[in-house]
Ligand binder design. Structure first.
Ligand code: ADP
Length: 263
């Protein structure tokens, strides 16, 4: 029905993500809870000592130091939890509001790129696009945009360690134009960045796998890309990467996504 734009594949991908997020949230929230409880106990002890009178300065300082440490632990833990929730919100919003329609890839690509203009400039990253204006899809533009967005973000973040200039090349071509309405298309996202070693490459789609621990990495980006490409858009994805040279993500998508079973 009209209300059920969420396909079962999307639900499955979201379900896996929710389970993973719940699991990941457990640690920072659990830490915060334990530390907050310990902090409350500290305050109680301190109150009692104050009521009894004659608390020495050094004891007071030690209490304050412990309390401050506890507050910092809580702040860092809740910060991690908030980052996770932000990543989750981005996926959830884009996925549920997406509607199947006919669209030109070029338009969706340029709209998505526009949202990265300032970040790309700051990162000193140049984007080269070679996408035929005639390349159209009957598919989910929001999901395609989400994939593009995550891949640009990754290419930009890994673009240019040790270089003065990152180059991201995005190309697309129809693989089969006969008949024109069907067939599939290949999209390539290439960067000249740090590349991945085989260990990273083997785990790159795993939820919460990140080499950017503590630098804002959630490890969800490529997992989301994988889930959307294979689950929602019914395509395939593979990665070619050479350390210190760069990474190319190659995605094949049907130009007409098979009709989703009614949810
Ligand atoms: P995050 O970016 O939050 O770490 P991702 O799932 O997007 O999570 O990526 C997982 C890991 O894969 C990254 O931490 C990084 O090591 C590697 N990676 C992803 N894209 C690229 C890229 N374009 N170049 C080099 N490494 C990459």
């Amino acid at each position: 029905a009209q209300a059920s734009l969420i396909t079962s594949e999307k639900m499955a991908a979201l379900g896996a993500l929710v389970a993973g997020i719940a699991h990941e949230l457990n640690t920072p929230i659990g830490n915060s809870l334990l530390t907050a409880t310990a902090l409350a106990d500290m305050v109680t002890v301190f109150e009692r000592q104050l009521a009894d009178g004659g608390v020495r300065r050094s004891v007071l300082d030690a209490h304050l130091h412990d309390a401050k440490t506890a507050c910092n632990i809580i702040a860092v833990s809740l910060g991690k939890a908030a980052d996770l929730i932000t990543s989750f919100k981005q996926v959830a919003v884009d996925q549920t509001s997406d509607q199947r329609r006919r669209f030109a890839l070029d338009g969706v690509l340029r709209d998505t790129l526009a949202t990265y203009a300032a970040q790309l400039r700051r990162a000193n990253c140049e984007v080269r696009v070679d996408v035929p204006a005639s390349l159209e899809f009957d598919s989910y533009p929001g999901s395609v945009s989400q994939v593009i967005s995550n891949l640009i973000n990754n290419a930009m973040l890994h673009a240019f360690e040790g270089r003065d200039h990152g180059i991201i090349t995005i190309t697309a071509r129809a693989l089969d134009d006969d008949p024109p309405a069907s067939g599939s298309a290949e999209l390539r996202f290439a960067d000249n960045g740090v590349g991945m070693n085989s260990r990273t490459l083997n785990q790159v789609y795993d939820p919460f796998f990140t080499t950017k621990m503590g630098q804002g990495g959630s490890g969800l980006g490529m997992n989301i890309v994988y889930n959307i490409v294979t689950g929602v858009l019914k395509g395939t994805i593979r990665i070619e990467s050479t350390p210190a040279q760069g990474t190319t993500v190659i995605i094949t998508l049907p130009r007409q996504v098979p009709q989703a079973a009614a949810a």
